[in-house]
Design a protein around this ligand. Structure first.
Ligand code: NAI
Length: 719
């Protein structure tokens, strides 16, 4: 016997009423309470399970309790006279501490066959009976500032069950009753909980499968109810399901839902409801609300967002966990290589300057958009899939010094939806915060949905959308070539953008490409890395922001040339061109730095005197194309300053065109000359032959061609 155990939960001095305690579950409850010191009122009408007839069932149970040394009285009132049962308890024991509403009957019929009597009786016995006993016991419990009440529900109520419409309704009604009783009783230490039992009894005989029936002993549930009614149990308003020696809490949950309009001024339409229905019914982020107040609070939140013009469903919040491996994998994906000593800081976690290539921080926002319905919700009028969306533009801004690992919480919101006629442009903004709540990165991304235009939307972006900056007209101040590899997209995609367009030939064919294309963001990463190398000393902490437009696709293994222009206010404009096809792939792009550090062997900007001359030569050649073409050669000028090559210029007279190096293709003649000597040469102050003899002009390749060029420069340039 456990009674000798000092830890035994006892009910000495407590008075317990168990309704319907003549049989089944109620009997087990009564016996258990009786065995643990409680004075028990064994209520039972004594009818059969349809509620007909009478018996002395209650007395039998009372006898059992007494035989075991306990205290009990029988009560033969129906629960529909609930106050009389309470009266019995008061007369016998002078108080009531615990009320277990357990009595019940069945009148099972399919809906159409339920008579008014069957309906009313079931509601009366289960729902009204529990109300009447509870109402009668209320002042007593309030006065003694203590009470434990149990309502008995059923899975038939929670889930429904064929042939039990009346019973299901009453049983779930009891949950509602308990919810409010728990709230109203709280300040008087009156707890009210719900039990959802499954047990073998005369009620379930023939309903439960035999194999289960024998295992579902009511005795196994009684301890759960007993604990719920003990003074040490703090739960109230809980629904506890129990059967076969097992118990669990049951909850109502609410999904995240969806806002049904984009602003407070808009009406809700059935069409919009249809569009977002999958979100309305999505239970993946469902949660239980502890109180009705929480339900109202979240509605206030919705209204506030609508008033601010922010549809909460037009935003998602995701966490992004990353460590050095993610950082290094990304660096490899955008072409960092151990062949470049300066790349080691992006590839080796123990490098003293180990750091993240700034464009890495586009990923958290991008991945949260890809995994969400943001775009779909933003353009409810259109449908799309991975084959008809294009990444239009991308912006990334870094705020603090950037971490190399951690957890970022990124909120992405739709900030603009533009009608571009041939398609819709959905612009999202992603703000990523570190674990301390510090804003680390802001991305803006525009997705072009082909064929989703013409919806009478606005065509101009809001001012908070970062604009592109046109490249300056002059020749680039620096150009760098990077050859991508055949595996570039296969490697880059491992950082998270798994769109099959970049790996699956069958898929890219459906999207209209001959082969899988490189991710636009990979080309952006490669280009920004090149700009960071040229003007930011490879120091990610000097990076402020970058913006690009993805104008044409790049194929893995093509060569990218990044043309850069150093501009005022620490800005470097750039564009990226596929060398093999001479196609511009990134347009209107720029990188903003906190400070520019020009690569030591390069002089950026217009600081060379020869720059102006080459610009002039360019114009003259354009005016005299035929003469230039007649020379039919490509000349590479290497301009030195203090003995070092600081800039390269190419006079491609075959095309003809003049541009800053490196040379595209092969030069016929390469000339190396200092900035000053080149000016003297062009001005006629220095004769080419003399310059050559004195070693001021070094010529490799076809020397004869160089002689042809000299008069052209001198006469045509008129410098
Ligand atoms: P049971 O039929 O063995 O016991 C119910 C008792 O309530 C009977 O002794 C009956 O005479 C008494 N009773 C009926 N009408 C009454 C009234 N008007 N006033 C006073 N006493 C009355 O049934 P069982 O299985 O023990 O059920 C107990 C409770 O648990 C019921 O409320 C039932 O709906 C509920 N329940 C039982 C499940 C099970 O698997 N046994 C499943 C879900 C709920």
């Amino acid at each position: 016997m456990v009674s000798s155990n000092a830890n035994q939960l006892r009910y000495d001095g407590r008075v317990v009423i168990v309704t319907g305690a003549g049989a089944g579950l109620g009997r087990e409850y009564a016996l258990l309470f009786g065995s643990r010191g409680a004075k028990v009122v064994v209520n039972d009408l004594g009818g059969n399970f349809h509620g007909q007839g009478k018996s002395n069932a209650a007395d039998k149970v009372v006898d059992e309790i007494r035989a075991a040394g306990g205290t009990a009285v029988a009560d033969y009132n129906s629960v529909v006279d609930g106050d009389k049962i309470i009266q019995t308890a008061m007369e016998a024991f002078g108080r009531v501490d615990i009320l277990i509403n357990n009595a019940g009957i069945l009148r099972d019929k399919s809906l159409a066959r339920i008579s008014d009597e069957d309906w009313n009786l079931i509601q009366d016995v289960h729902l009204k009976g529990s109300f009447l006993t509870t109402r009668a016991v209320w002042p007593i419990m309030k006065k003694q500032n203590y009470g434990r009440i149990i309502m008995t529900s059923s899975n038939s109520g929670v889930y429904g069950n064929f042939g039990q419409a009346n019973y299901s309704a009453a049983k779930l009604g009891l949950v509602g009753l308990a919810n409010t009783v728990a709230i109203e009783g709280a300040k008087n230490n009156i707890h009210c909980n719900v039990i959802v039992p499954t047990a073998a009894s005369r009620m379930t005989e023939g309903i439960l499968p035999e194999i289960l029936f024998n295992e579902l002993k009511p005795k196994l549930i009684a301890p759960v109810v007993a604990y719920l009614c003990h003074e040490s149990c703090e739960d109230t308003g809980a629904i506890i399901e129990s059967a076969a020696g097992w118990a669990t809490k049951v909850h109502f949950v609410r999904g995240k839902g969806s806002i049904l309009r984009t602003s407070i001024d808009e009406v809700v339409t059935p069409e919009y409801v249809k569009t977002v229905w999958h979100q309305v019914t999505d239970m993946s982020n469902a949660k239980h609300l502890n109180a009705i107040g929480e339900a109202s609070l979240s509605l206030v939140d919705v209204l506030e967002k609508l008033r601010e013009g922010k549809n909460a469903e037009n935003s998602v919040t995701e966490t992004y966990k990353f460590n050095f491996k993610d950082v290094i994998l990304y660096a490899l994906g955008v072409g960092a290589t151990v062949s470049n000593e300066s790349d080691l800081r992006f590839l080796y976690e123990n490098h003293p300057d180990f750091s993240v290539i700034p464009t890495f921080f586009i990923l958290p926002g991008l991945l949260s958009v890809m995994g969400s319905n943001l775009t779909a919700t933003a353009i409810p009028h259109a449908s799309f899939d991975l084959t008809n969306i294009l990444h239009g533009e991308q912006y990334i801004e870094l705020f603090d010094s950037v971490p190399t690992d951690g957890i970022l919480t990124t909120t992405t919101s739709v900030i603009d939806v533009l009608d571009k006629k041939s398609g819709a442009l959905v612009i999202t903004q992603s703000d990523s915060y570190d674990e301390n709540g510090t804003l680390i990165a802001r991305g803006q991304s525009s997705t072009f949905v082909v064929g989703a235009g013409n919806f009478n939307g606005k065509s101009k972006a809001s001012p908070n959308v970062k604009a592109l900056v046109a490249n300056p007209k002059r020749s680039p101040d620096a150009s760098v070539q990077i050859k991508t590899t055949r595996n570039q997209a296969a490697l880059y995609r491992l950082s998270g953008d798994l769109n099959p367009l970049h790996i699956d030939p069958g898929f890219s064919a459906i999207a209209g490409y001959k082969t899988p294309i490189l991710h636009g963001l990979c080309s952006m990463g490669i280009s920004v890395k090149a700009v960071l190398n040229q003007y930011g000393a490879d120091d990610s902490n000097l990076f402020k922001a970058a913006k690009v437009r993805f104008s044409k696709p790049v194929l893995p293994s093509q060569t990218l040339r990044v043309d850069m222009w150093k501009e005022p206010n620490n800005r470097v404009c750039f564009r990226t061109v596929v060398v093999e096809t001479n196609t511009e792939v990134l347009s209107g792009a720029y990188v903003d730095f906190k400070k520019i550090i020009v690569k030591p062997n390069m002089t950026a900007g217009q600081s060379l005197q020869s720059d102006a001359l080459f610009t002039a030569i360019k114009e003259r050649i354009a005016e005299n194309e035929a003469k230039a073409k007649a020379i039919n050669a490509v000349f590479l000028y290497k301009i030195t300053d203090a003995g070092k090559v600081v800039k390269e210029w190419v006079l491609d007279l075959k095309s003809p065109k003049v541009y800053e190096g490196p040379v595209q293709g092969k030069a016929d003649t390469t000339m190396t000359i200092s900035d000053g000597d080149f000016v003297d040469l062009a001005m006629g102050k220095l004769q080419p032959q003399a310059a050559f003899m004195k070693g001021k002009l070094k010529i490799t390749g076809n020397i004869m061609l160089a002689q042809k060029l000299a008069p052209l420069l001198k006469t045509e340039a008129k410098l």
